[in-house]
Ligand binder design. Structure first.
Ligand code: NAP
Length: 182
């Protein structure tokens, strides 16, 4: 399974303002993100992100996208339609999507579920849309012990006057090697 994490962040790497405010993420970014999910055919999110995009109405725009929600308590969500609530962590989620025939997976956040995949070395690519903000408080992207990977730049795009998208491949065996410019 090729796993791509796609997230919007402030220039200093925060994905929320404070606990859960994502108002700094431009509407166009949400549209790009939803289009990516449609291209992948699936979207994996943590339970807190699911609640945010369910309440924010983005889930309703996903159409036939297979939405997978990581939670330790899937039994609480039996009545919720339109998403699969999966316990067992990253390995079980990969298995779940593989059984449905997917060979690539879009990981949409938040920080906790991305950290779960990253610390197991399961993420192949990251795409970050940098929003033109510096935020003093919020949830950090990849701010987790065990995350220590060198990156290979695949693409960089100016999305608008003030937004930049960077796409990187994670070099899997790079942990704690010396930095180089190449
Ligand atoms: N800027 C962006 O692009 C962006 C993207 C995504 C999200 N966000 C924001 O980020 C915030 C949420 O991020 P977050 O880091 O707090 O939470 P999160 O990763 O969305 O969800 C955390 C929850 O996911 C479940 N989970 C995580 N790892 C798991 C594992 N290994 N096994 C089973 N379940 C697991 C747990 O659910 P249970 O507690 O149910 O067990 C955990 O409480 C929201 O405000 C959201 O809007 C921003």
């Amino acid at each position: 399974m090729r796993i791509c994490a796609y997230i919007a962040a402030s220039v200093n790497g925060l994905i929320t303002r404070g606990d859960d405010d994502t108002e700094f993420v431009a509407d166009e970014d949400w549209e790009r993100f939803l289009e990516s999910a449609k291209t992948f055919g699936n979207l994996v999110v943590g339970r807190k992100t699911f609640e945010a995009i369910y309440n924010g109405g983005q889930i309703a725009k996903l159409g036939k996208v297979e939405v997978v929600v990581a939670t330790h308590r899937p039994e609480l969500f039996r009545a919720v339609k339109g998403a699969n609530f999966v316990s067992g962590g990253p390995a079980r989620i990969v298995e779940f999507l593989s059984e449905k025939g997917y060979t690539k997976m879009l990981l949409g956040g938040g920080a906790e579920i991305i950290a779960s995949f990253a610390t197991l070395g399961l993420i192949d690519e990251i795409v970050i849309d940098f929003e033109p903000w510096l935020l003093g408080e919020g949830k950090g992207l990849f701010g987790h012990p065990g995350v220590d990977f060198r990156l290979n730049l695949l693409d960089m795009r100016r999305l608008s006057q003030n937004e930049v998208q960077l796409k990187y491949e994670i070099i899997k065996d790079s942990s704690r090697t010396k930095g180089t410019s190449g």
